[in-house]
Design a binder for this molecule. Structure first.
Ligand SMILES: *[C@@H]1O[C@H](CO)[C@@H](O)[C@H](O)[C@H]1NC(C)=O
Ligand SMILES: *[C@@H]1O[C@H](CO)[C@@H](O)[C@H](O)[C@H]1NC(C)=O
Ligand SMILES: *[C@@H]1O[C@H](CO)[C@@H](O)[C@H](O)[C@H]1NC(C)=O
Ligand SMILES: *[C@@H]1O[C@H](CO)[C@@H](O)[C@H](O)[C@H]1NC(C)=O
Ligand SMILES: *[C@@H]1O[C@H](CO)[C@@H](O)[C@H](O)[C@H]1NC(C)=O
Ligand SMILES: *[C@@H]1O[C@H](CO)[C@@H](O)[C@H](O)[C@H]1NC(C)=O
Ligand SMILES: CC(=O)N[C@H]1CO[C@H](CO)[C@@H](O)[C@@H]1O
Length: 756
């Protein structure tokens, strides 16, 4: 294609100057919204001209420009000084100028969660044997030879797809097929911000080929073909398949070594929109705090995706604590992570015949019993015993731990657990038991036989070690246990709301399986697998729950091609469940503490119910613009986003944005909230409202009965909120459910009552 050839030449040309440019500049994204230039050349020329106004000449402008965004919106990225960036920001045609930040894939390095799919409930789902739905996956690339990407039985590549399969290192267009219909890669931003790939240390391919495993895992979770007898050394054995095995994948590799530059993400989204994907799946995001929507690549890119009818499903992050949820714009489906009904138990047999339960993914069999020693009793000379108890680098005495199983203690929630096993191994230790009150149930892979153990269970171990002169133990290989109750539980790491940018939009939106998920992997990615090469791997993170939700979105899209992305989102959210498999409200790991919508949003995904939601809360582009107006976006910013003249004249208050959940972040006295529902069933029916009351607030719905005669009908209603008790700075929660006896259409309500 002509256009991309020009693009690549430009890239090579400016790249030669990059080294010099890095010295006196930082990587900025200059974002200008929609544009009416006819082609890439004219955008590039205009960009260079604008840049020349701050660099002094067009030559220098060409030298510092990296990416040009031209397809779905206008902008560029360039190496600039803060002064140059400031000058550009003052220009009328510029909406925002922001530093290209680093995002990270959401199986975090520090946690090293490992995971997969093959969830029993997904094996009963209707098959979409020959779907034309295309899911764009922005991630670390793909391992195309994986059995999960075979294209047997799939029809031609959908005609609407305009993407390409870009050649590169160990990757040619022959690696694409009717499953992987496109593959591109982006590295200018990463290299500008982190230096050449060669300088990072580690395996990589300058191509769409995945050396991290993460992208192969997420892509195969969404749309992997059936692969019989998949497992991680026998663990989780079964037929691995993606949620939408008939759907197609377009791969956009914008992450390297699990880090993704804003500028590269934006290029990938620009291409994906133009290529014609239906859904975008992003298992990545900025570290908290979430930047404002105009200064964040995922928010900006997904805004344009939404404008083009593409649903963006993105992970909420693995930051565990309140206010850490990322990717929280209302046009994004924000996904939290929860467990499935499967555990991986690693039993520890003590010399006194007691058997204790641990958690890990341990394929290694210990043939005999070994001595037990506490890390605290094996401190290296000069190291306090407390420091050694955490089993960190250079704190253990090799002469004391050689040939022993070392019992370590977790220090902080995001400790590098696998690293500890490496340090024990380096010192000659043969096994590790890690006492860990946080990560119960999360399967880690260790360099040597090892397991996590919760403190209560560990009491028995510690008592034995205290009373026995020569305590011994052996660690078994892991056993897969099914039908675990209760499940799902919210994952301990899943990032929580409230939404710190627009708190009236309750976030996250939904939760899906994200703990110990089996899916395809890159065989050269061994950093998280105890240095063992595997084709399928078990990992955890909101990175793993997001592709499950993306897959369900793909199925809904193939069943209802005319549905808007807001309708798909509404269908999933209003049919989600807040109950676990014991019919109690979903609880949170590790201690079974109560949860709120700030953990799971509307609840746990329920695919079958989502196929027939009954009613839909729809919203379109103008509603989003009104929402932005209500939160203070300037008319100038909006005009350049939309090409149309948009004046923020009395926009409806943000709590009236027709979202499938209801949030008011500053409730003073009584307030009425309005919503519109669209009927998507067949024939006449009547829906009745029922309310779970938030503590301290009376809620009435008017009318409380909606009569529909045919599909497509819209009805509006009013929800009056009458607070009688201050909620004292925190949210109180309830729910509104419309039901016709068959369908239940549920919206969580979250209110922060300031005064009564
Ligand atoms: C990549 O290509 C090189 C050169 O052809 C080859 O030596 C190497 O084995 C390939 N690596 C992989 C992982 O296929
Ligand atoms: C499944 O794979 C294992 C090796 O991982 C092999 O031993 C076993 O025979 C296979 N089972 C089937 C049914 O193919
Ligand atoms: C022990 O840990 C403390 C607190 O983390 C640290 O300040 C100190 O430097 C450590 N001492 C040694 C010898 O590692
Ligand atoms: C552990 O410490 C040694 C030096 O004492 C260093 O070479 C090594 O890189 C460290 N390992 C890690 C994983 O930090
Ligand atoms: C409630 O009062 C606060 C403080 O006066 C104000 O900022 C906020 O906008 C009010 N809330 C609503 C929904 O009007
Ligand atoms: C309200 O919050 C403050 C500080 O968070 C706390 O000290 C006080 O006890 C709370 N009052 C009630 C009634 O919960
Ligand atoms: C209000 C505003 O920022 N308007 C700008 C929108 O972008 C065009 C160019 O694309 C400028 O000419 C306007 O000044």
């Amino acid at each position: 294609m002509m256009v991309s050839l020009v693009f690549n030449l430009l890239f090579l040309f400016s790249f030669a100057f990059l080294q010099g440019a890095i010295a006196d500049g930082k990587h900025y994204i200059v974002y200008m919204g929609d544009h009416s230039y006819p082609d890439l050349e004219s955008v590039v020329a205009a960009n260079h001209e604008m840049l020349a106004s701050v660099t002094g000449s067009v030559d220098r402008a060409q030298a510092v420009a990296l990416h040009h965004y031209s397809k779905s919106f206008r902008g560029f990225s360039a190496m600039l000084t803060p002064e140059q960036a400031q000058k550009l920001a003052e220009s009328d045609s510029v909406i925002s100028v922001f530093r290209s930040r680093t995002n990270r894939v959401h199986t975090t390095h520090s946690w090293d969660f490992l995971g997969i799919d093959s969830i029993p409930q997904y094996n009963q789902q209707p098959m979409d044997s020959n779907s034309n739905v295309i899911i764009g996956v922005i991630d670390t690339g793909v391992w195309p030879e994986s059995e999960s990407f075979n294209d047997e039985g799939l029809g031609h590549v959908p005609k609407k797809f305009k993407g390409e399969c870009i050649n590169g290192e160990n990757f040619t267009s022959a690696n694409c097929n009717r499953k992987i219909v496109g593959a591109r890669f982006y590295l200018k931003g990463f290299e500008a911000e982190n230096g050449p790939l060669e300088s990072i240390g580690g395996v990589f391919f300058r191509s769409p080929r995945d050396s991290d495993g993460h992208g192969t895992h997420t892509a195969s979770t969404i749309a992997g073909s059936e692969a019989a007898n998949a497992s991680l050394f026998g663990m989780a054995r079964g037929t691995a398949r993606g949620g939408a095995p008939g759907a197609r994948l377009a791969i956009y590799k914008a992450c390297w070594f699990n880090l993704c530059s804003d500028a590269d993400i934006l290029s990938a989204v620009d291409d994906a929109i133009h290529d014609g994907v239906d859904i975008l799946s992003l298992s990545l995001g900025p570290d908290p705090p979430q930047p404002i929507y105009f200064e964040d690549a995922v928010s900006v890119g997904s805004f344009h995706a939404f404008q083009n009818g593409i649903l963006v499903s993105a992970s909420a992050g693995n930051s565990a604590f309140p206010k850490t949820a990322c990717n929280v714009a209302p046009w994004i489906l924000t996904v939290a992570a929860s467990t499935i009904d499967r555990d991986f138990n690693t039993y520890i047999h003590l010399g006194n015949s007691k058997i204790l339960k641990g958690f890990s993914l341990n394929p290694l069999e210990m043939k005999t019993f070994y001595g037990l020693i506490a890390g605290s009793a094996a401190a290296a000379p000069g190291v306090p015993s407390k420091n050694a108890s955490f089993c960190k680098n250079n704190t253990l005495d090799p002469t004391l731990i050689k040939g022993k199983i070392v019992v370590c203690i977790i220090e902080v929630i995001n400790d590098n657990r696998r690293g500890k096993s490496e340090f024990v191994k380096q010192g000659g230790g043969v096994g590790m038991i890690l006492i860990d009150q946080f990560a119960k149930g999360v399967g880690f892979q260790f360099a040597i036989p090892g397991a996590l153990m919760v403190p209560e269970e560990a009491k028995e171990l510690q008592a034995y070690m205290a009373t026995e002169k020569n305590p011994i133990a052996t660690i078994s290989s892991t056993i897969t246990v099914l039908n675990i109750k209760p499940a799902p539980r919210m994952a301990v790491f899943s990032s929580m709301g409230p939404n710190i940018i627009t708190p009236e939009i309750l976030k996250p939106d939904i939760t899906g399986p994200g703990v110990n998920i089996l899916a395809a992997w890159s065989p050269v990615a061994t950093a998280s697998t105890g240095d063992r090469s595997v084709d399928y791997n078990i990992v955890s993170g909101t990175s793993m729950s997001c592709p499950h939700i993306s897959a369900v979105a793909a199925i809904l899209k193939s069943y209802n091609p005319s549905w808007s992305s807001a309708a798909i989102k509404s269908a999933m959210m209003t049919t989600a469940t807040v109950l676990d498999n014991t019919q109690s409200t979903i609880r949170k790991d590790p201690d079974g503490t109560p949860t709120t919508p700030f953990d799971y949003g509307s609840g746990h995904i329920n695919l079958v119910a989502a196929l027939n939601p009954g009613l839909i809360y729809d919203f379109g582009f103008n509603d989003v613009i009104n929402f932005l107006c209500s939160t203070g976006a300037s008319p100038a910013q909006l005009k350049n986003l939309t090409e149309e003249h948009v004046y923020c004249k009395n926009p409806p208050p943000s709590y009236n944005f027709n979202y499938p959940s209801i949030g008011v972040s500053n409730l003073n006295r009584s307030l009425s909230v309005h919503r519109v529902v669209t009927y998507c069933g067949h024939g006449p029916t009547v829906y009745y409202a029922s309310v779970d009351y938030p503590a301290g607030v009376k809620v009435t719905v008017t009318p409380n009965k909606l009569k529909f005669t045919k599909a497509g009908e819209k009805m509006s209603f009013r929800v009056d909120l009458i607070p009688f008790k201050n909620s004292n700075g925190s949210f109180v929660f309830g729910a509104l459910t419309w039901s016709n006896g068959i369908h239940k259409v549920r919206s969580p309500i979250g209110l922060n009552v300031l005064s009564t």
